[in-house]
Design a protein around this ligand. Sequence first.
Ligand code: ARG
Length: 461
Amino acid sequence: MTLWHGRLSGGTADVVMHYSVSLHFDRQLAHDDLAGSRAHVRGLGRGGLLSTDEVAQLLAALDLVEAELDSDTFRFEPDDEDIHTSVERRVTELAGDVGAKLHTGRSRNDQIATDLRLYAKRELLTAASEIVGLQEVLVTRAKEAGDTYLPGYTHLQRAQPVLLSHHLLAHGWALSRDVDRLLATVGRMDVSPLGAGALAGSSLPLDPDGVAEELGFAGRFENSMDAVSDRDFVAEALFDLALLGVHLSRIGEELVVWSTEEFGFAVLDDAFATGSSMLPQKKNPDVAELARGKAGRLIGNLTGLLVTLKGLPLSYNRDLQEDKEPLFDSVGQTHLALAALSGLLATITFDAGRMQEAANGPAVAAVDLAEWLVEQGMPFRQAHGVVGGLVRDSIERHVPLAELVEAHPALGSEAVSLLEPGVAVTRRTTPGSAGPLAVKIQMERFVHRLESDRNRIGFSS
Ligand code: ARG
């Protein structure tokens, strides 16, 4: 029997049922749906719409439903269109006549919006704490890296030497903006829609404020039409996860490059690498590649939802059912990606020798020579020209740069010492720079930031 058997005669065509059913994915909202129903039932009790006894009967039936779900003995029926139908049907089977009062003053429109907000709040906070887990791996690896340096690249051309710790923390800071965004998104979605009804509220004495409080929301909706039609929170969640996915993708891309024989900066642990079905020698960076590849899917989930939303009139429209699969998918993929990349980074071996060898070419110290000339009083543009000319000469005439520097009247032996392996990176001393003293301060700030983010996440949970 459908929920609307009074209005429409006969049965619904099978194809309509197949086309519109959402139970196969919204059943993962079962616990949030039960939480919403419990709060709703108590609210109905406070409003005098249910007697104390009826409240107790309905709450007992909801507890039984929960126990059946937890023990996997809950039976979903072929006619259950969605999780709300399943729960209400079973409550009615268990509690008898009073089950018919469960949906008083409520619509599936405010119900689903409530369920999804509860789900999204929880999952985004979990994702935020998983990000901090990944950041902790980065900090550990950055501390272990000590004074190891490698070339920093622009345009994927060697530019200046940087500490490996600085490079790893660069990804760490991007991730802290992701944490920030997720917390802000959770803050904005912390509004209960329950009590908005189908779209316009109710003539019955509901208690949306009390219900919001019981469900742990910061407050209730201000406008019932907005409450049932707003999916900004899903779009924002998908954006946050898509941008996080882009950050993970960039980490993945670097690990792919670093683990090539050509670079040789990193060796993947066997547990986080895969082999080839045909080529016996292969060790492939599939986790890093998937982190890169799955960003496309996360971006697709965001754009798909935005397109679904863009032409919708107020208030609820069934199109909104299309919000859930992209959200569930992005959330699920994010949990997996963070776990896999954390493991990959925790176990990867960095080859300090290869990194430093690549950063020891004298040309990466070119700007240090120019800045040394600046310290001697030469205008920077002129110094840039002098050093650029020496680099060109060295390449064209196959003369070591050090020899040319030594012989140059404005440079000489003191300047040559800047070209010694490992010297250039120590000369980066400005705040936030890639040299050891600045990175030490940065590291302290980063660790402090992680602690405060852990607290912020705990406070919001
Ligand atoms: N499965 C629906 C959804 O996800 C629940 C709300 C149904 N409301 C309705 N008026 N048909 O949006």
